[in-house]
Design a protein around this ligand. Structure first.
Ligand code: AMP
Length: 227
């Protein structure tokens, strides 16, 4: 297992660009990295029917973003409760921040803990590839594990490989809602990328499959963070 200097990474990418898949692979390869996925966090809260889950579900089912103040608080609390607000921890965020407002709030919060972001990677996947992928996507909500009926099917149809629990289709992966989410991504990503380019921490990796993107992502991380 490779050793890394503390890495505080944000993965940017359209919905369906494979952020969850890249995250699972990185966690397996680099034992020191922890991850927070805003979408997984919210889906768990919805399943548990918590007050946050109830609030989030109306936004999510319509393909709308939660208000910045709400999601920023959720991620801040998660970083804190998992002891990740130190200059020594390595972690990655998947799905957050999604707006410049969220990015600014995160920068402020992290700087007070001497734990500023040190890498932002955009996963650049052609949109026609993404649309095709979404139709075949299934998730295991408790773990966030993602399956694709074409490239990465579960060993037993409809069941999670590790727990045997049922997989589900995300209600926001329908053609109509997904179209909205993709459109919204296109509108919000440019200012977000500018925000991080100014800080000199933005990189992009391109490819049509996760197997093409992953080695590029690892090379990038090792170039910058190998001990
Ligand atoms: P994801 O699994 O990352 O595609 O997120 C699913 C849904 O959760 C999004 O379509 C939003 O409704 C909500 N969500 C997740 N992350 C954020 C965020 N950073 N800001 C606002 N809403 C979010």
């Amino acid at each position: 297992m490779s050793m890394l200097r503390p890495l505080r990474l944000v993965l940017l990418g359209a919905p369906g660009s494979g952020k969850g898949t890249q995250t699972s692979k990185l966690l397996k390869e680099f034992g020191s990295i922890k991850s927070i996925s805003s979408g997984d966090l919210l889906r768990k809260q919805i399943e548990l029917a918590t007050p946050l889950g109830l609030k989030a579900s109306s936004y999510i089912s319509q393909g709308q973003l939660l208000p910045d103040s709400l999601i920023t608080g959720v991620i801040g609390d998660e970083l804190k409760s998992r002891d990740l607000l130190t200059s020594k921890a390595s972690w990655l965020l998947d799905g957050f921040p999604r707006t410049v407002g969220q990015a600014g709030a995160l920068d402020k919060y992290l700087s007070t803990h001497d734990a500023a972001l040190n890498l932002v990677v955009e996963l650049d996947v052609p949109h026609e590839v993404i649309l095709n992928r979404i139709e075949n996507r299934y998730v295991h909500v408790p773990s966030g594990r993602v399956y694709n009926l074409e490239y990465n099917p579960p060993k037993v149809a409809g069941k999670d490989d590790i727990t045997g629990e049922p997989l589900s289709k995300r209600p926001d992966d329908t053609a109509e809602v997904f179209g909205k989410r993709l459109e919204q991504y296109k509108q919000t990503v440019t200012p977000l990328k500018e925000h991080y380019a100014k800080q000199g921490i933005l990189s992009t990796v391109s490819g049509t499959t996760s197997d093409i993107i992953y080695p590029k992502l690892v090379t990038l991380i090792l170039q910058k963070f190998a001990r």
